[in-house]
Design a binder for this molecule. Structure first.
Ligand code: GLN
Length: 266
């Protein structure tokens, strides 16, 4: 199964310091993941990194709405240009994923997380690590709840792209983002029992993640930065596992605010 992470902090860091440089970085997890739980062996069917553009204070009133998205349908380790870019780009908030395509699903750039979209006046980045059982038939009922245009503009014919469209539609309809993620996870589990549904969503200010039949850990740094990842990026004892069947919602600490991390049963 794919591997993903989100990192939000008060101060900008390079993409490389999160995605490619740690001892068990997402780059390492693309060819040597440690905790796939029977869901594939390597994550070589593409990757993606989405990040929020950091700007000087006062530069823009829409700091969190500017994002960049870099996705490829090749293994991360083959993309020397990305490895170079990652050393130069800095951000306070990013979501990244490496993909192991579920058998029967297309391998294409558009199928690589993170998916990006607008809803409720925010720009969101979304990733899914797992599989929807009985795809696509099991999801026909939930898909029918979406506006036809959302279905016609689905990024890829994959379970992950449909889950993203469902989350986005619910946020657009006014739902709280954590409720939207929890609702989609429980509706998908009801429609497709046994599905593996680690969902990850951020708008650059908050991160929401589920652990449903897959590995997930989180870490809070002394400066208040919050990282959520399928597998710990290093052996820092600050990493804590997110219990199975739960939803994590977190906001990083800033100069004045302590970080807020809540973990609750789904
Ligand atoms: N099922 C999703 C896909 O094929 C996610 C795959 C995974 O987590 N390995 O894109």
């Amino acid at each position: 199964m794919c591997r993903h992470l989100a990192r939000l902090g008060p101060a900008p860091v390079t993409l490389a310091s999160v995605v490619t440089e740690p001892p068990h970085s997402l780059l390492v997890q693309s060819y040597a993941p440690a905790d796939m739980r029977g869901g594939g062996t390597v994550n070589a069917d593409g990757f993606g990194v989405g990040w929020y553009v950091s700007e000087p204070p006062g530069y823009s009133t829409e700091v969190r709405s500017r994002t960049a998205l870099y996705r490829r349908d090749d293994p991360m380790w083959t993309d020397a240009s990305f490895l170079d870019l990652a050393r130069a780009v800095e951000t306070t908030a990013l979501v990244a994923a490496v993909r192991s395509a579920t058998v029967g699903m297309p391998v294409s750039t558009a199928a690589c997380a993170p998916f990006r979209g607008e809803a409720g006046g925010r720009t969101w980045l979304f990733s899914h690590n797992g599989v929807v059982r009985g795809w696509p038939h099991s999801m026909a009922g939930l898909a029918a709840t979406l506006p036809p245009v959302d279905l016609l503009t689905l990024e890829a014919a994959t379970d992950s792209a449909l889950l993203w469209a469902l989350v986005r539609a619910r946020i657009a309809a006014g739902k709280d983002p954590a409720d939207a993620v929890a609702g989609v996870a429980s509706d998908a589990l009801a429609a497709a029992p046994g599905s593996r549904l680690n969902l990850l969503l951020s708008d650059g200010d908050q991160v929401i993640a589920t652990a449903v039949d897959h590995a997930l850990s989180h870490r809070v740094d002394p400066d208040g930065a919050v990282t959520v990842a399928s597998e710990p990026l290093d052996d820092d004892p600050a990493w804590a596992p997110v219990p199975e069947g739960s939803l994590l919602a977190a906001r990083p600490g800033g100069v004045h605010d302590p970080p807020v991390v809540t973990v609750a049963a789904l």
